[in-house]
Write a protein that binds this ligand. Structure first.
Ligand code: SAM
Length: 294
């Protein structure tokens, strides 16, 4: 059987990047995604994020004259999503320009570019969306950082990168697409002793009971599987990661959702998020964990 160029591009160490029908459907979702809530916010300053925001919003944007209001709200939402990224980066600890970082589930690259700007370090991003990888690499070229920030069509469960090659690994709203035990096994392989993992994620509150209707609606909307909160700590401990900081960002993210619900780029999922956060069935967490293995 002959191997086509496409086949070769889809293999990492002889294995296909997409291993399951589920991963294929997630990749298809992100390949097709052209959502204004991501693209119009990214156009504000060229940092494209696919995550939510934190912090209070400036309510004066709602009083801006009608013809300018839409753009003012979008700029404010973008400020909140970039504030979320800054908060994530604040927890990386000491990063040297010679360090190599991994953005696991890198989207259109916004967090990777901000990490490179802040620390001067090299960053590799991986995504199972070829369209996103292409977009983000084009951005790296346009920004003149293509030699330091690179995006790869790879699976974060099996990245193919060298063992102990990373000082910091992060996931910014990507863990709901994967099995956490498999993910942290791969991260344990990639970081050496003293390496750090930083995560921002939504998770269901399994102290108060089973999965709420609102959490199920979010899963359905994004084709994801939101994990219970306890699952994060079980999977981290099982792979020699010790949580050193955990911050509940739930209160801090509600204003972003309130503003988004009033914006022209609302997607229809805003009520489910607001309900889930307000009723306490869903939490928005930042977790920092250090690797204590070898
Ligand atoms: C909600 S987006 C977040 C993107 C980015 N972290 C950000 O904050 O802008 C989820 C990302 O996870 C990626 N993803 C999902 N499953 C993945 C997997 N198994 N391996 C690599 N990337 C994956 C998707 O392709 C997408 O880029």
């Amino acid at each position: 059987m002959t191997t086509t160029r496409q086949d070769t591009a889809s293999l990492v160490a002889g294995q296909p990047v997409l291993r399951t029908a589920y991963q294929q459907s997630v990749a298809a979702y992100w390949n097709a995604e052209r959502d204004p809530v991501n693209l119009r916010l990214g156009e504000v300053d060229g940092f494209y994020h696919h995550h939510y925001g934190v912090g209070g919003y400036d309510a004066s944007v709602l009083e801006v004259p009608a013809e300018l209001r839409d753009q003012a709200i979008i700029a404010e939402m973008h400020r909140l999503e970039s504030a979320q990224t800054d908060l994530l980066l604040d927890h990386f600890g000491v990063v040297q320009p010679g360090d190599r970082l991994l953005d696991a589930g890198s989207g259109r690259g916004g967090t990777s570019f901000m990490a490179n700007l802040r620390f001067g370090c090299a960053v590799d991003g991986v995504s199972i969306s070829e369209a996103q990888v292409q977009f983000a690499n084009d951005q790296a070229g346009a920004r003149g950082v293509a030699d330091r920030v690179r995006f790869h069509y790879r699976n974060m469960l099996d990245t193919g990168f060298a063992t102990r090659s990373r000082q910091v690994i992060w996931t910014n709203e990507t863990t709901m697409y994967v099995d956490l035990h498999e993910l942290y096994r791969e991260f344990a392989r990639l970081v050496g002793g003293g390496g750090r993992y930083v995560c921002i994620t939504g998770c269901s509150n399994d102290v108060t009971g089973g999965r709420s209707k609102a959490v199920s609606q979010i899963d359905q909307h994004y084709t994801c599987n939101i994990h219970p909160r306890s699952e994060y700590f079980r999977a981290l401990a099982a792979n020699d990661f010790v949580p050193i900081t955990v911050i509940d960002l739930t209160r801090d993210t509600i204003p972003y959702w309130e503003l988004r619900a009033r914006s022209s780029v609302a997607t229809g999922i805003e009520d489910a998020f607001l309900t889930a956060y307000r009723e306490g069935s869903f939490h928005y967490l930042l977790i920092v964990a250090d690797y204590i293995g070898w």
